[in-house]
Design a protein. Structure first.
Length: 248
């Protein structure tokens, strides 16, 4: 059995009194898995990814990452945070929130530069990443002026250039045209085949079967309603209707 990457034990998260976003979530993600996180709007998908990414800590319950407690205290340790960020990449729901550099090349170079790679190694990472995403032609463009789909690719590139083993994607296909969406699904599958661990939040049920081995369904009560092989979850129509993921 591959080692567990993440383990969540009765994790709850509130944004404030009476504002629950997750309630008693138990979840394990093993190395090399591709897990789809399904749930209606406001069910807590983004919040869960933020916890996995170490951008927030549970209000209740505990998370371990790579067997180590992922606590607010651990995340205050710069050494721990630096190695965690190298291993776990997070592609935001809103690509624009992730883009801040004057050019696409600079955007993709930012992470490797932070890691302290030398200039030629950074240049190589940037070249490889842009080629992988098929966006070499955008290298000198300003990210801010790209189309939504192009921005998504650059945001993915800015994360992939860090070469993380674990990738968290938040609604990666939203706003993509059919060709870009098909490309992205193939791309995510290739990442998985390359041995990456993927957690993808989505309510795009059409892509889930092609993307994931396992599906976790969050209900509108912010609890886990189902966790199992993707085929079984997708075949459970009453579950999908109950979780507001399918029309009755
Ligand atoms: N920064 C915040 N402050 C207060 N409440 C928040 C904040 N972010 C999210 N919430 C609330 O937490 C709940 C879960 O939100 P979250 O963004 O995790 O849902 P989601 O499943 O990602 O939804 P969507 O499909 O719309 O992206 C919602 O009720 C939301 O209003
Ligand atoms: Mg969300």
């Amino acid at each position: 059995m591959p080692a567990d990457i993440f383990n969540l034990d009765k994790v709850s998260f509130d944004y404030g009194p009476g504002a629950p976003a997750l309630d008693g979530v138990d979840l394990t993600v093993a190395g090399g898995e591709s897990v789809a996180l399904l749930g209606a709007n406001a069910s807590g998908k983004t919040t869960l990814l933020r916890l996995l990414a170490g951008l927030a800590s549970p209000t209740k319950g505990a998370i371990t990452a790579f067997g180590v407690p992922l606590t607010a205290e651990a995340l205050r340790d710069r050494g721990f945070t630096a190695s965690f960020r190298r291993r776990v990449g997070f592609v935001f729901q809103n690509a624009e929130a992730q883009l801040f550099s004057p050019s696409v090349a600079a955007e993709v170079a930012f992470g490797p530069l932070q890691l302290g790679l030398d200039e030629s190694a950074v240049a190589e990472r940037v070249r490889d990443t842009l080629a992988l995403l098929g966006i070499e032609h955008l290298a000198e463009r300003a990210p801010f002026h790209l189309s939504g789909g192009e921005k998504r690719k650059v945001a993915i590139g800015s994360v992939l250039s860090l070469a993380p083993d674990i990738l968290l994607f938040d609604e990666p296909t939203t706003g993509l045209d059919p060709r870009s969406r098909a490309w992205l699904v193939r791309f995510l599958r290739a990442l998985r085949e390359a041995g990456k661990t993927l957690v993808t939040a989505t309510h795009d049920l059409d892509i889930v079967g092609r993307l994931a081995d396992r599906a976790v369904v969050l209900g509108e009560d912010h609890r886990v309603w189902s966790d199992g092989p993707v085929g079984a979850v997708l075949a459970d129509h009453p579950l999908l209707v109950g979780a507001n993921l399918a029309e009755p």
